[in-house]
Design a protein around this ligand. Sequence first.
Ligand SMILES: *Cc1c(COP(=O)(O)O)cnc(C)c1O
Length: 395
Amino acid sequence: MGNALIEVLERALAARREAGLHRTRRTIDTAPGPRIVVDGRDVLAFASNDYLGLASDPAVVEAARVGALRWGAGAGASHLVCGHLTPHAQAEAALAEFVRPCEGARGLLFSTGYHANLAIVTALAGRGDAVFVDRLDHACLYDGAFLSRAEVIRYPHGDVAALAGRLAASTAQRKLIATDAVFSMDGDLAPLPALLELARAHDAWLVVDDAHGFGVLGEGRGSVAHFGLADERIVYMGTLGKAAGVAGAFVAAHPAVIETLVQAGRSYIYTTAQPAMLACAILASLLAIRDGHARRARLARTIGRFRAGVATLPWTLLPSATPIQPLVLGEAAAAVALSQALWDRGIFVPAIRPPTVPQGTARLRVSFSAAHTDDDVDALLAALAEAVWACRAVR
Ligand SMILES: *Cc1c(COP(=O)(O)O)cnc(C)c1O
């Protein structure tokens, strides 16, 4: 007898496949870097968020190794029970001091950026409040907003005037503006100075998700420093698994915000602390970020070389100055075809499809690292020029 529960799942999975939205994982058989082995094949990859090449940096890896020997493999408990170890406390202080979104800011480590965003939004907003989200914000800001039970008010991407109208029209008790600082699939920056002005005018919090800016922008200090901003209403969230090359995330904010997250952030309280060995690796990574001028200069040069090269190809690049350089194709099938054509030439660039991006904006998300060389960029450009034909056939 067939199981009806399984049949329902299998029908839904088949429909997903037919729509070209089925996703599979590739298994990587090497440490992170530009040249990796993907499903048994050597490729040149432009796919990772390891923007500074720190995930395989010898000093960071060694700090994790030594940290594991000194502090063990796991933290053993949540931060509020007995999982908060000395390296966690040191990393929190160092990260807050480095980013400084306001005078006297404190730091708080989380196991992931997803956990951090859930904690921030649910601790600062609830029933009767309103959370204002950019249409292209990361899924976990949306999830935090929905979970908070506050009213979720979307505004068009980067549209400050539309947000101003929605803030003025809202009668919510507490207001919270939540934005990606660098949009994860487009690579553009949020208008943080204008958003902060609105937050001041409407007495709202400004939650800045800097997953893709920390380590890269503002001499490594992130997007808030990039714009020269500082304010007690800024709640800064940086992730540590992207440019920092490790794992986890941190919040830097006014001490009252941090204490509120410790007391009321359920995704902070009810989860095991990240292993202290990772906090050791994060401290080493922070030193590399602080002294990372050469890495950032190398990255900027790579991005410029790519943008200049693509100008001769039939695709329009989005106005991004960050390591995220999407080629928007439109239909999911076209993005998949171009990704496949590159793959056939030994180059791995993932196709990003709905629902990760809006319908009709399927794309190749090209991402760069300080570990890429000029030759790597030239190889990508040459493969793209050849692949133009593969893509035309689909259209
Ligand atoms: C990756 C990402 C997150 C989640 O961070 P993790 O540490 O991977 O959970 C949050 N926000 C944005 C914008 C991201 O790109």
